[in-house]
Structures are given as C-alpha cells and as structure tokens.
Design a protein around this ligand. Structure first.
Ligand code: Z5A
Length: 209
C-alpha cells in the first residue's frame, strides 16, 4: 500500500528524541526532500486532545489497557487523516514515536498482553509499519538527569523500574525488527547526531536518494 517513506523516532523520555527529530528533518531538507513532521500520541486536533487526556493526572489509576486503547484511538485518527494519505501519495512522513512506543510503554512497562496490542495493531494499521525507526537508547538514570527541573506529566512521574522495563521492551523489539536501528544516546549530542546522520544517510542511499 505505502509508496512513501515513513520514519519514526523512539526512546525513553529524555533520550533526546525531539532534539534528533530536528536532525532528521535538517538532513531531509539538505537532501531537498519535502516531508511532513508529526508526533504521537497526537498529530490531529482530536488525537492531541486524547494525548492530553492520557497524560493528565487522574484520581483513579489508569489501567494499561485503557492507555493502549487511547493511544490506538489517537493513532487511528492520525493514520486515516494525516499519515496514510501522504504515504499513498509517495510523500515522506517523520513521526516522533509510533506503535513501538505502545509495545514498550503499555506492553513492557504496564504489562499489557502483547497479543492484545498486536490485535489492535493489526486492526488499525494492517500491514503498515515504519520503513526506518531510530531508537535512541539511554539508561533511565541518565535521561532523568537531562530532564531534571522540567515539570513532569503523569507518565514521566513513573518509577525508574517502569522506565527500565520500557527500555528493555524497546531493546527486545529492536533486536527483532531490522528496521529499528539503535542509537547510543548516552554520548555527547554531536556524536548522537552523527550516528543519526549515518543511519539516515544509509537509508537514503538504500532508496536511491
Ligand atoms: N506514549 C505511550 O505511553 N504510548 C504510546 O504509544 C506513545 C506514547 C506513542 C509522551 O511522549 C508520552 O507518551 C511518553 C510516552 C507516552 N511518556 N513518557 N515518559 P513524548 O515523546 O511527547 O514525551 P517525552 O518522551 O517526554 O519526550 P520529550 O519530552 O520530547 O523528550 P525527548 O525527546 O526524549 O528529549 P529531548 O527534549 O530531545 O531532550 C531532553 C533534554 O536532553 C533536552 O534538554 C536536550 O537538550 C538534552 N539532550 C538531548 N540529547 C542530549 C545528549 N546527547 N547529551 C546531553 N543532553 C542531551
């Protein structure tokens, strides 16, 4: 179905994802490629409203399955209205987080059954997967130092054990899916950017850009 190029960035909070979405976009600009930059959860008015609901503080405990349903509701809207039409036209889409985050946060982090997540993935996405995913890997303790002082939402207030499980979830997935490239995000920003540029450069070469 997809004729375009779908690039996603993943990582635990504070891994430098947003910073390196900029790096990807700079490089696409340099290559003269027009792209659409977006994020998850979010990317449409409704999906951004669902993001706010998911990250808000609630008196009640939010079940992991509820979180998964919220992110997939947002994803469905985002895919149908923004992402899929662009990919079908042959455009490039750069997305800050996608379904790998659901397997890492709701699956590994919250313990939601992988089969439930796979069923949602199959129903909402069919065979659509990113063409390239950069996973910025950093131990949670270091990431925490980088974002110290920043105000935290409900997810960011989780314990370090939660983020350890999320990281393991990402690493397990990255080892299974060749489209996922691990970036050592513990290094200084210039070195991280250089890794991102090299991986993206290889991808551009592989698709003859
Ligand atoms: N979530 C979910 O649970 N399930 C899902 O399916 C999806 C998402 C899609 C919001 O995501 C939450 O949604 C997220 C997972 C959940 N919750 N958590 N936790 P988000 O992506 O919007 O939020 P975030 O993870 O907190 O991302 P962020 O705030 O954009 O952080 P970041 O992108 O990783 O980091 P950054 O802002 O680029 O960098 C952080 C700081 O470190 C900043 O000051 C940088 O200048 C600095 N930095 C970056 N790289 C370096 C290096 N290499 N050295 C030193 N300093 C650095």
């Amino acid at each position: 179905m997809s004729q375009g190029h779908f690039i996603t960035l993943e990582g635990s909070e504070g891994a430098g994802k947003s910073t390196n979405v900029d790096t990807v976009c700079e490089m696409l600009d340099e290559a003269g490629i027009t792209f659409y930059r977006t994020r998850e959860p979010g990317g449409t008015d409704l999906a951004e409203a669902l993001r706010k609901l998911m990250l808000a503080e609630w008196e009640e405990t939010i079940d992991g399955m509820t979180e998964a349903l919220i992110v997939f509701a947002a994803r469905n809207q985002h895919l149908k209205t923004e992402i899929v039409p662009r990919l079908e036209r042959g455009d490039w889409v750069v997305c800050d987080r996608f379904t790998d985050a659901t397997f890492a946060y709701q699956g590994a982090g919250r313990g939601v059954d992988t089969r439930f997540l796979e069923a949602l993935e199959q129903t909402i996405q069919g065979t659509l997967q990113p063409d390239l995913t950069l996973f910025l890997d950093v131990p949670p303790a270091l990431a925490e130092k980088r974002i110290a002082g920043r105000s935290k939402d409900r997810m960011e207030k989780e314990e370090q054990e939660f983020f350890d499980r999320v990281r393991q979830g990402y690493l397990t997935r990255a080892n299974k899916h060749p489209r996922m490239k691990i970036v050592d995000a513990t290094q200084a920003l210039d070195h991280v950017r250089a890794q991102v540029r090299e991986i993206l450069g290889n991808y551009l070469g592989s698709v003859n850009v």
